[in-house]
Design a protein around this ligand. Structure first.
Ligand code: AVJ
Length: 332
């Protein structure tokens, strides 16, 4: 979760800046509060990713039921390699970078001799994820320059162009966490920071049979359940609330009309939630739920729609053999 430290330096060519300063923490608190006071209660899915949440998410990516990560990696390993192998003298920016495994596959395609002409700029909400990833990468690619940024890229992107051409990566179908309207705003923001020739690689989870989708969010080891409930601990830390995770049931199902998986936390009994940041207690009735995540699944039609609306042009879409996941290469 956000620290109020502004900067932290590590050995070699690594710097990590933290943009989530005190003022932004205040914004995050009011965001959390607004969601809990709403008629239909919600907590934004970005609050999943404290240290524990990021670790749980990494475990999810290795579950047999959770197909997206391994499918996207198979595409990175195949289709897009020839583009990555030609990368020189550029900034490689990764939004919602998380762990280093995907960008490693990109960097592996670059001839080692040219790695020192690349600056990798991971941007993530989780400071611990960036620190860990920077350490891993500096071991594997010692000549790479790493410029990390802890920031909430959903509110504002500070990515002033500095003359170098850019390859932006937004993997993992993180875009699927946003409503079509929010996603268009976010993509338009990204597009507005791009110059001619800059590329954006966007990972998108595709529609597929509902049982496959629902199994991916209801795994038999119940890691997704633990991940979902961890958001209550994050909320307790930030708002000093008294949520007790076992008082909630994990719900994850496909909403066909909205083309999205929804995750909720449903109160097993009537609960009274207290916080020094709230004027009054929040009452959760038995059976009432808190909406914690949307994960949109796309058709090629809707990919075209959203990218056109964001002023971006599709250069190519790389798929796996089942068309379960798409890696969209975009230009301005
Ligand atoms: C990282 C947002 C793509 O929506 O599949 C995994 C997060 N939530 N299991 C997704 C997640 C539950 C994931 N994204």
């Amino acid at each position: 979760m956000p620290h109020s430290t502004t900067s932290l330096s590590l050995p070699q060519k690594i710097t990590i800046k933290n943009q989530l300063k005190a003022i932004e923490e205040t914004t995050l608190k009011s965001e959390l509060r607004a969601g809990l006071l709403a008629q239909d209660k919600y907590i934004s899915s970005k609050f999943f990713y404290d240290r524990a949440g990021s670790a749980l998410f990494e475990m999810i990516t290795e579950l047999p039921e959770y197909y997206p990560t391994r499918t996207e990696k198979s595409i990175l390993q195949n289709g897009a390699q020839s583009f990555f192998s030609k990368m020189r003298n550029l900034e490689l920016i990764e939004l919602g970078s998380g762990d280093s495994s995907k960008i490693s596959m990109v960097l592996n395609a670059v001839p080692p001799l040219f790695l020192d002409s690349i600056t990798y700029r991971p941007i993530d909400f989780s400071a611990s994820a960036i620190q860990k990833s920077a350490r891993d990468l500096s071991k594997r690619f010692p000549t790479l320059t790493i410029d990390g940024l802890v920031a909430d890229f959903t509110s504002k992107l500070h990515l002033e162009h500095n003359g170098h051409s850019r390859v932006l990566c937004f993997f993992g179908s993180t875009l699927g966490n946003f409503t079509p309207h929010q996603a268009t705003t976010l993509l338009s923001n990204i597009s507005s920071t791009m110059h001619q020739g800059d590329q954006l690689f966007l990972g998108i989870d595709m529609e597929k049979p509902i049982p496959i989708l629902e199994a991916a969010y209801n795994d038999s080891q119940r890691i997704t359940e633990a991940f979902n409930k961890n958001i209550l601990r994050v909320t307790n830390n930030l708002l000093k609330t008294n949520f007790i995770p076992i008082h909630f049931e994990h719900l994850a199902y496909y909403n066909e009309a909205e083309h999205r998986i929804e995750m909720h936390l449903k109160a097993r009994k009537k609960l009274t939630i207290e916080s020094p940041y709230l004027d009054a207690n929040i009452i959760l009735n038995k059976g009432e739920s808190i909406h914690t995540e949307n994960s949109y699944k796309f058709s090629e039609e809707r990919i075209k729609q959203i990218t056109t609306d964001s002023n971006l042009q599709i250069k190519e879409i790389f798929y796996d053999i089942h068309k379960w996941f798409g890696l969209v290469q975009l230009e301005k």
